[in-house]
Design a binder for this molecule. Structure first.
Ligand SMILES: Nc1ncnc2c1ncn2[C@@H]1O[C@H](COP(=O)(O)OP(=O)(O)OP(=O)(O)O)[C@@H](O)[C@H]1O
Ligand SMILES: [Mg+2]
Length: 324
């Protein structure tokens, strides 16, 4: 394993059972997150993004495969063994209102984290002062209760709390999707500052490709519990190869609404993790589906240049079509 990989996800599977049926939320995910990089995890609702984040954070057990943190296999670690890692691995969630205890002041909620990890009162105070300037809020907000603050203010404070212990890694699950668009931009700026000014590693989950494009160095596109394409943001946004990535990108709102849309409409069944198709998971909705190939073979990882990987049985034809 190369030294600067902070998180390595190796053949991770997560199956749930629901109404006595098996839900294949994750089905063989392989991914390396280099230290200091911001990786965006994108894909439609239900493709397994949050499940992947929760597996990495060890909030839930995996069904199979392994998760390595800085070279250590943490897959089977219990609460006690994870304690040391919990300080280094922090989270920011979609709904800032449920991230804070409504009965306590923000100050109490934030300082509790520092005390739990045995920071001195002086260290806590100093760090909170640094954070408060950094997230650009007035100190007064710390004395308030969550219901006295806006979603944007609370999300800034959730980021500050996640940063309090100077973590190495943050898993942010849809951190701006519950906020107004104008507020989203402010929060994204904070994430971009973190990216610029620190060596923090981030797993940034979002269904919104535009958001990911702003914040992340690399992008992983998921479909029904699998990775279909991954690469640098530049590779994915300027040269998408997988038919699903292309469809996702074409469905983004255009900068110019009068411009003719080149939107690719996804046809076929809506994906269902309780009933995953054989072969490539995407074939029932794919315009390039080839009978006897796509529905019976699992796509292997193909490198199409640089760090750009595609999981499609017709990758070579796609590249050929693109180049001709
Ligand atoms: N605890 C659970 N029990 C049963 N099924 C679950 C559980 N958690 C998730 N799932 C199922 O696993 C699949 C992946 O869910 P997940 O929440 O990871 O998707 P997601 O990509 O985060 O979606 P969204 O964009 O809506 O947040 C879905 O089919 C979901 O219904
Ligand atoms: Mg989710």
């Amino acid at each position: 394993m190369s030294e600067d990989v902070l998180i390595r996800i190796e053949n991770v599977r997560k199956y749930f059972s629901k109404d006595s049926k098996q839900v294949k939320a994750l089905d063989g995910i392989n991914l390396e997150i280099p230290r200091g990089s911001f990786v965006g995890i994108v894909g439609e609702s239900g493709c397994g993004k949050s499940t992947l984040g929760r597996c990495v954070m060890r909030l839930i057990d995996v069904t199979g495969g392994n998760i390595y943190y800085n070279g250590t296999d943490i897959t089977g670690f219990g609460a006690k063994q994870m304690r040391e890692y919990r300080a280094k691995m922090q989270m920011v969630f979609q709904n800032p209102f449920s991230s804070f205890d409504p009965k306590r002041t923000i100050w109490d909620s934030i300082t509790e984290v520092g005390r739990f990890y045995k920071m001195s009162e002086q260290e806590i105070n100093q760090r909170i002062q640094e954070m408060i300037t950094w997230i650009n809020l007035d100190e007064n907000v710390l004395r308030r209760h969550p219901n006295e603050l806006s979603g944007g203010q609370l999300q800034r404070l959730a980021i500050a709390r996640a940063m309090l212990l100077n973590p190495e890694f943050i898993m942010a699950d849809e951190p701006v999707s519950a906020l107004d668009v104008s507020v989203q931009a402010q929060i994204l700026n904070i994430f971009m500052d973190i990216r610029k000014d620190s060596n923090l590693t981030m797993m940034f989950i979002s269904h919104d490709l535009t958001v990911v494009r702003h914040v992340c160095d690399s992008v992983v596109v998921m479909y029904l519990g699998t990775v279909v394409e991954k690469g640098t943001a530049e590779e994915i946004f300027s040269d998408p190869i997988h038919p699903y990535t292309r469809a996702l990108l074409s469905s983004r709102p255009k900068d110019d609404p009068d411009k003719e849309s080149d939107r690719i409409i996804l046809s076929g069944e809506i994906p269902n993790a309780m009933n995953v198709p054989s072969g490539c998971r995407f074939w029932p909705r794919c315009s390039r589906y080839k009978q006897g190939l796509c529905d019976s073979h699992l796509p292997e990882e193909k490198c199409v240049g640089g760090t750009h990987y595609v999981y499609c049985l017709r990758t070579e034809e796609m590249i050929h079509a693109r180049n001709s």
